[in-house]
Design a protein around this ligand. Structure first.
Ligand code: SF4
Length: 169
């Protein structure tokens, strides 16, 4: 998985850029290719889960710190649609320290995420727990592009009021 340090020193951005490069230079499905399986392994380390707003709010209410910031990958696509992410716990603290996120209350986090309701919510594991809730922009999101390339990486929680799977928080 990525670490908090990867988020603050730019490594995560380099990794996203490399993954997008591979996706764009290979037409068609990568499902049965060695490179596809390697990429899937790397992406799955983030244990990304598609969540509802209620599930996002559960994670936000349980967090020791909460912060709002531009979604991380938008730096690579500055002309793309603007959406924001909510960072939790230690990731929130480090992103605030770095100056790329602003501390907020749970209500402010909810208001922010509500602004981009057409953008799917995905929570990702960073440094061992789910700490990044992104209002994703599917045309430029590694997870959504991986899925289009036949690399199924996104977990889906069916029940509206179901919590994240045990051990994933
Ligand atoms: S849109 Fe996808 S790749 Fe970009 S920061 Fe959000 S989860 Fe990561």
């Amino acid at each position: 998985m990525g670490t908090i340090h990867d988020y603050t020193d730019g490594t995560v951005l380099e990794d996203i850029a490399k993954a997008l490069h591979v996706f764009r230079k290979n037409d068609g499905s990568l499902a049965n290719t060695d490179i596809g399986q390697r990429m899937l392994g790397n992406i799955k380390k983030f244990e990304p889960v598609i969540i509802t707003m209620d599930q996002a709010m559960d994670s936000i209410h349980n967090a020791s710190s909460v912060a709002i910031g531009e979604r991380v990958c938008r730096t690579l696509h500055p002309d793309s649609v603007f959406t924001e992410s909510v960072f939790l716990d230690e990731l929130a603290e480090e992103m605030i320290q770095k100056g790329v996120a602003t501390p907020c209350t749970a209500d402010e986090a909810k208001q922010t995420l509500s602004k981009y309701s057409k953008h799917p919510l995905i929570i990702s594991k960073v440094s061992g727990k789910h700490q990044e809730i992104c209002r994703t922009h599917p045309p430029e999101c590694v997870y959504w592009i991986a899925e289009k390339k036949g690399l199924t990486c996104l977990a889906r929680i069916k029940a509206e009021n179901q919590s994240l799977p045990a051990g994933t928080q």
